[in-house]
Ligand binder design. Structure first.
Ligand code: ZN
Length: 373
């Protein structure tokens, strides 16, 4: 679990409580049921379309997705790479002797971060309002160490292209990966989708989110509950890079995301709703991204240090590692655990999975399970 950093759920440092500059005025959040799937703060790949929800296996783990228009859609606006996503559970465990680093089955596990902090990109000539893209890229470059370079002949690149909604893959998935932008997708939505493309999940997926927010499952549109799982519940591992959930994160769902009733789906612990924003990366966003892509920002010399701990009076210290300092858990013989998406039995200080009628020993190699023989 320690070295898989691609999954970043972003941090709270300073509260950027509410945006007073809405990024789009074409949609509002106050229309009750209208807001069920469409508000400015809930990017969706295919607005007003609903697909069958099923479990798929991707990158060695199982997670619930919606199947729509030939795509596996996760949490509304995230696409999973079709060629490395399968419905076959057996793919979770490598055969004896298979090298996790050289098998196709590890696709998606090792390529999530963009090498050298550099995202190559191109823009579909048919995409309207391309300033959304260039403005969003400028914002990223001004605030993070991620560089965006117009693609010439590189194999792996982001392609900004028109689509039904706003969507992206998470991290670098290999080849040309689209970020789709419907006309309604704003510069802020584009900043959010770029966040996915560099490896971010949604803020409310943090493992520790229940300390800050309450998910109101009864108010969620039926069948869309999976959009509110934490990454742990969804079978992912990863890291939260700073203390606590950041309601100001550009990756945060709104209080009304996927509401069936117009009642909030997410509130603070005290029951109150909150404002989210789609204007800019929050201080917490910038801090977390700095852990994934360290270095000076591309367009300024500013360095990110502890001075960003403002606003909340919290004593958070910089980008201090989480995830890497977790103590090794102690496993109890006779207990079942779900690790890396596989339910395994601890017995005789070894790991076992049931295959047919038999129990077979497995081992964990570089984050992948493998049969011992
Ligand atoms: Zn998103």
């Amino acid at each position: 679990m320690k070295n898989l950093k691609f999954l970043l759920v972003l941090p709270l440092l300073a509260i950027v409580a509410c945006s007073d500059e809405p990024v789009s005025d074409s949609l509002t959040e106050e229309n009750g049921a209208e807001s069920a799937f469409v508000d400015d703060f809930t990017e969706v790949a295919f607005p007003a379309e609903y697909g069958r929800v099923s479990d798929v296996y991707f990158g060695g783990r199982k997670l619930p997705v919606e199947e729509l228009n030939g795509k596996y859609v996760y949490q509304g606006d995230i696409f999973l790479p079709e060629n490395s996503t399968t419905k076959t559970p057996v793919d979770l465990i490598l055969e004896a002797g298979e090298d996790p680093s050289t098998t196709d089955k590890s696709t998606g596990r090792t390529e999530f971060l963009w090498p050298d902090n550099t995202v190559y990109y191109d823009i579909d000539p048919l995409l309207p309002n391309q300033a959304r893209v260039t403005d969003a890229i400028s914002h990223w470059e001004a605030n993070t160490a991620v560089k965006f370079v117009k693609r010439s002949s590189e194999t792996n690149y982001v392609y900004f292209t028109p689509g039904s909604g706003c969507s992206s893959y998470v991290g670098m998935v290999g080849g040309r990966q689209p970020i789709t932008l419907a006309d309604a997708c704003s510069t802020g939505n584009t900043i959010h989708e770029i966040g996915h493309a560099v490896g971010l999940w949604h803020e409310q997926s943090r493992a520790d989110r229940d300390l800050t927010i309450t998910v109101h499952w009864d108010n969620i549109y039926s069948g869309r509950e999976h959009n509110f799982y934490t990454y742990v519940e969804a079978g992912w591992d990863g890291a939260d890079y700073s203390e606590g959930l950041d309601l100001g994160s550009i990756m945060m769902y709104s209080s009304y995301s996927f509401s069936a009733t117009g009642s909030p789906t997410i509130t603070r612990k005290d029951g109150s709703t909150f404002s989210v924003q789609r204007s800019k990366l929050s201080a917490g966003d910038v801090e977390g991204i700095g852990v994934m892509y360290p270095g000076p920002t591309t367009t300024t010399e500013e360095t990110t240090t502890e001075e960003t701990t403002s606003g909340t009076g919290e004593t958070t210290t910089g980008t201090g590692g989480t995830g890497t300092t977790e103590p090794e858990p102690e496993y109890i013989n006779g207990e079942y655990y779900t690790i890396e998406g596989v339910t395994v039995l601890r017995k005789d200080d070894k790991w076992w999975v049931q295959k047919g009628k038999n129990w077979k020993e497995v081992e964990l190699i570089d984050g992948r399970w493998r049969f011992v023989k």
